[in-house]
Design a protein around this ligand. Structure first.
Ligand SMILES: *[C@@H]1O[C@H](CO)[C@@H](O)[C@H](O)[C@H]1NC(C)=O
Ligand SMILES: *[C@@H]1O[C@H](CO)[C@@H](O)[C@H](O)[C@H]1NC(C)=O
Ligand SMILES: *[C@@H]1O[C@H](CO)[C@@H](O)[C@H](O)[C@H]1NC(C)=O
Ligand SMILES: *[C@@H]1O[C@H](CO)[C@@H](O)[C@H](O)[C@H]1NC(C)=O
Ligand SMILES: *[C@@H]1O[C@H](CO)[C@@H](O)[C@H](O)[C@H]1NC(C)=O
Ligand SMILES: *[C@@H]1O[C@H](CO)[C@@H](O)[C@H](O)[C@H]1NC(C)=O
Ligand SMILES: *[C@@H]1O[C@H](CO)[C@@H](O)[C@H](O)[C@H]1NC(C)=O
Ligand SMILES: *[C@@H]1O[C@H](CO)[C@@H](O)[C@H](O)[C@H]1NC(C)=O
Length: 820
């Protein structure tokens, strides 16, 4: 084969050169001996792209380029001779005798050419993806390809790549202006240093970067996350690293173009409008501009000024900083002390990770190992882990230089852990923090006013009821009558059966400790939740009605409202308001839905549950111990306000209670206090214990009994305790949480939760103290004691209706875990 070509080469070219044949038909191939003249074009085999001559703007200069063939306006995606246009229409593209493809005019002046090829019987072909290639020996079987010499446009399937062995990058450079294809100021390329990122340069100045790839997109391009329009891939290979995209809908045309003014635009062809629409564009705000805030600072577009120093850092040049020139950045307040091992990390959530061009990446390293790796190395300033979607591998990124170009987003983004000296860990000193506290205080004031108003209204209603509720009688009819006076309707069975579709499984909302709950629609209008109580209760109708009547009087914004009840033979049913957002557990234990609950909402939920519980314990006329407080029993209304459900049911089922002791342990493993699980003794303090567990779950997004990386015996309480003791409490925070996160609140929440889950009931605070501590601004609470008992779950998830005291208690002491 080679011999045949070698023999043939001189002969053929000598014979063909004087009489080149002009291409007449629009094929996709140009072979030696043929010429592509101005006026004709090559068209890819599927007809989507064409290669031909064009003018741009008002000038008569001619360029050779590739454009869409089936899109009406002339959209050029590649230009051969961008800096040396032809003055007239005599341009010809053909192979010259040395095997290079060249563009020349009638006088033989060469305006553009490819390198010469070695097996000198080359063929040039325009492929369906707009790659114009010279077939031959070379990468991918091409001696040359237009994709390796791109203009300003990245097309679907085209790699934005860097060859990490040779350092060769595909540079996408803007046009000079909208009408001039000449080489402009802005260049987009993949930088392979550290963790690869895409850079946009203006001349030699870095103006924008994509951030590193973090699983489903670049950390600095929020538009890419959770996107279903395009399919992106990124391969950080050791030989080559590349990024490419495809439209998921093949009939949607899309391209990425570097505009002359320095914007990177993703444009999409809208067939019905007949034009290209800018779908996304970057840089999109001041925080996108590289290094806008200097080193060790955070840029937040929603704040003014946008720049603030990281916690534990202060402006390097306060004068400039105050004049809103943040370029000098920030410096540490307290030097880190790595020898003594007292350093900790502060979480900065929802970030575009800092510049990774000097970062070190460890593939297949989990969160814990990554943290250790950073803590061990004195020069490590921060770490982050990024999950890769394919196979769930975790990459650990370590920084040892200054943190540059860090920004935060309102939601989404990566968690970054910044190393701080212990002295700086608990500080909340930046302006940003102060502002947040102010807003928190005014919000709290609003809530207070709301509570006062609600209290007045409730009192008014109560008084009205009292005045009409004077007749005392034990007769069933009278009882019914009184329930009407109470605004507590008594329902008959038939309409409820209709409303719940004969208690069909499709209407089943859940199965609680006291029976199944169905969704129903009364007379096709109001939606209700119907709790069909298990038939085990030995109570008589009268006694039951008494209880319900009392419970109906419990009204608090953080309790689910009882709308009515139904007694029919053996059947006992309670009708509650329907909560469209379902229960808290469906949010916090679900990574996707968890993101819907930002920190402010979670904190509000914690406060709400605490107030609801306080009301049950203390403020209501009945002293009610819930006995089954858990995430599944906290329902969320339209505005994500928490409402405790199933309260008072312990009262309705008093069967075998004897002075605060019960043989029938209701409750859910994982939320049960040690004394309740073991002896069946319960008190308000057992609810406090459950509340503590719930708070840890809300903060961490993990179930108590959660299986943690390494040690299955380590439950959430032990894990939280350990992190807390090691000064790493912030690491407990759910990674799907949205920004902003108030560090002070998180730490306060964890500390209070740990107080609540102490082993001895007498060590736990009462709910009144909890509410005060939650609301107060830095009352240092007593130091929580280490939890010793871990109630292991010996059965299925929510085995709250267990019939006997058969729970297993695992005497796992933390000290065994501690020494690891
Ligand atoms: C190949 O020939 C063309 C036209 O004759 C010339 O412009 C080009 O420089 C040559 N290339 C090489 C590598 O010799
Ligand atoms: C691409 O741009 C980078 C940065 O300006 C430059 O160092 C490199 O030489 C360019 N590569 C090519 C192939 O033009
Ligand atoms: C998305 O990309 C992956 C990998 O590149 C590929 O396997 C898949 O078919 C693509 N899906 C679509 C809809 O283009
Ligand atoms: C793809 O896009 C075309 C045109 O925009 C549209 O008509 C078609 O329904 C889309 N197909 C799918 C599977 O979304
Ligand atoms: C595309 O067309 C729409 C409506 O026809 C028009 O509003 C819009 O400005 C056009 N966009 C461009 C970039 O020409
Ligand atoms: C370690 O801690 C001690 C006591 O706090 C302090 O005096 C010493 O300077 C620390 N070591 C380093 C290297 O900072
Ligand atoms: C600490 O980090 C620096 C910079 O990443 C690295 O060069 C050095 O090898 C690391 N040291 C150890 C002991 O891992
Ligand atoms: C910011 O950090 C980088 C990388 O460590 C360093 O090169 C640069 O000089 C720093 N800039 C300032 C203003 O300190």
């Amino acid at each position: 084969m080679a011999g045949w070509q070698a023999r043939r080469e001189p002969l053929v070219f000598a014979a063909l050169l004087p009489t080149l044949i002009a291409l007449s038909t629009a094929g996709d191939t140009l072979a030696p001996g043929y010429r592509l003249e101005d006026g004709s074009s090559l068209v890819s085999s599927d007809g989507s792209f064409k290669l031909g001559f064009f003018t741009s703007g008002k000038s008569n200069l001619r360029y050779l380029g590739i454009s869409y063939n089936q899109i009406s306006d002339q959209t050029v995606v590649w230009v051969a001779n961008r800096n040396s246009p032809l003055p007239d229409r005599t341009g010809v593209l053909s192979f010259s005798s040395n095997g290079s493809l060249s563009l020349s005019d009638s006088k033989g002046v060469v305006y553009w050419s490819t390198p010469s090829t070695t097996p000198a019987w080359p063929v040039a072909k325009l492929l369906d993806d707009a790659n114009f290639v010279v077939v031959g020996a070379g990468e991918g079987g091409y001696a040359w390809q237009s994709f390796d010499d791109p203009t300003d446009t990245l097309l679907p399937g085209m790699k934005l790549r860097v060859d990490r062995r040779t350092g060769f990058t595909r540079n996408f450079t803007s046009w000079k202006s909208d009408d001039d294809p000449g080489t402009g100021d802005y260049t987009l390329f993949m930088d392979s240093n550290g963790d690869p990122q895409i850079f946009l340069l203006q001349g030699t100045k870095l103006v924008w970067r994509s951030g590193p790839w973090v699983g489903e997109g670049f950390s600095g391009i929020p538009e890419m996350w959770n996107n279903d329009m395009f399919n992106f891939s990124f391969v950080p290979g050791t030989e080559e690293a590349y990024y490419l995209f495809n439209s998921r809908n093949k009939s949607v045309q899309s391209r990425l173009v570097v505009q002359p003014k320095g914007l990177i635009e993703r444009r999409v062809w809208i067939q019905s409008r007949g034009n290209w629409t800018v779908f996304w564009s970057w840089p999109s705000d001041e925080c996108d501009s590289f290094g806008h805030c200097g080193n060790f600072s955070v840029c937040d577009d929603n704040e003014s000024p946008a720049c603030s120093c990281l916690q534990g850092f202060e402006p390097k040049s306060p004068d400039n900083w105050n004049l809103r020139d943040a370029k000098d950045g920030c410096r540490r307040r307290t030097a880190v002390d790595c020898q003594n091992g007292t350093d900790g990390f502060v979480l900065v959530a929802n970030t575009n990770l800092p510049d990774t061009s000097a970062a070190v990446v460890n593939e297949n390293m989990g969160t814990k190992e990554c943290w250790e790796a950073c803590l061990r190395n004195c020069s490590c300033t921060a770490y982050a882990t990024a999950e890769m979607i394919d196979g769930g591998r975790s990459r650990c990124i370590l920084w040892s230089t200054a943190l540059t170009d860090l920004r935060v987003y309102a939601e989404g983004g990566q968690n970054l852990f910044v190393r701080l000296a212990r002295a700086d860990l608990a500080l909340s000193s930046s302006k940003r923090k102060r502002r947040r506290i102010v807003t928190a205080v005014s919000a709290a004031a609003a809530v207070l006013v709301g509570i006062l108003l609600a209290g007045l209204v409730a009192r008014f209603i109560r008084q009205r009821r009292k005045s009409s509720n004077t007749v005392k009688s034990n007769a069933w009819n009278e009882e019914m009558g009184r329930s009407r006076e109470l605004d507590l309707p008594l329902f008959e069975l038939a309409p409820i059966a209709v409303a719940t579709n004969q208690f069909s499984n499709d209407n089943l909302l859940g199965e609680g400790g006291f029976g199944p709950v169905y969704k129903g629609r009364l007379e096709g209008k109001q939606e209700v939740a119907v709790k069909r109580l298990a038939k085990s209760s030995s109570q008589g109708v009268e006694q039951f009605m008494n209880e319900v009547r009392l419970i109906a009087k419990l009204q608090h914004r953080n309790l689910v409202r009882l709308l009515g009840c139904c007694v029919d033979g053996e059947e006992r049913m309670l009708l509650y308001e329907y909560m469209p957002n379902g229960s808290l557990d469906s949010f916090i234990f679900n990574k996707n839905k968890g993101a819907l609950l930002d920190w402010a909402t979670r904190w509000r939920i914690i406060m709400g549950v605490a107030r609801g519980l306080l009301y049950l314990h203390q403020d209501s006329r009945l002293r009610i111990i819930h006995r089954d407080l858990k995430a599944g029993n906290v329902l969320l209304d339209n505005s994500m306000n928490p409402k405790i459900s199933d309260f008072g049911l312990a009262h309705i089922f008093p069967g075998d209670e004897i002075e605060g002791r019960t043989r029938r342990v209701v409750g859910t493993y994982g939320y049960m206090s040690p004394e309740y699980a073991m002896d069946g003794t319960f008190s308000v303090k057992s609810d406090v214990f459950s509340f503590g567990v719930l708070v840890l779950e809300i903060i961490s997004g993990r179930k108590n009994r959660g299986i943690l990386h390494s040690d299955p015996n380590l439950n959430l309480l032990a894990y939280a305790w350990r992190l807390w003791e090691e000064g790493k409490g912030l690491e407990l925070v759910d990674s799907s949480l949205g920004y902003p996160i108030s560090m002070a609140e998180v730490l306060k929440g964890i500390e209070i939760a740990l107080l609540c889950v102490q082993d001895r009931p007498e060590d736990r605070p009462e709910m009144a103290a909890v509410v005060l501590m939650l609301g107060g601004d830095r009352t240092p609470p007593p130091h929580p004691k280490q939890p010793e008992f871990v109630v292991a779950r010996g059965r299925s998830e929510d085995s709250s209706s267990s019939k006997g005291p058969t729970c297993t208690v695992n005497d796992v002491t933390i000290s065994a875990v501690h020494g690891r």
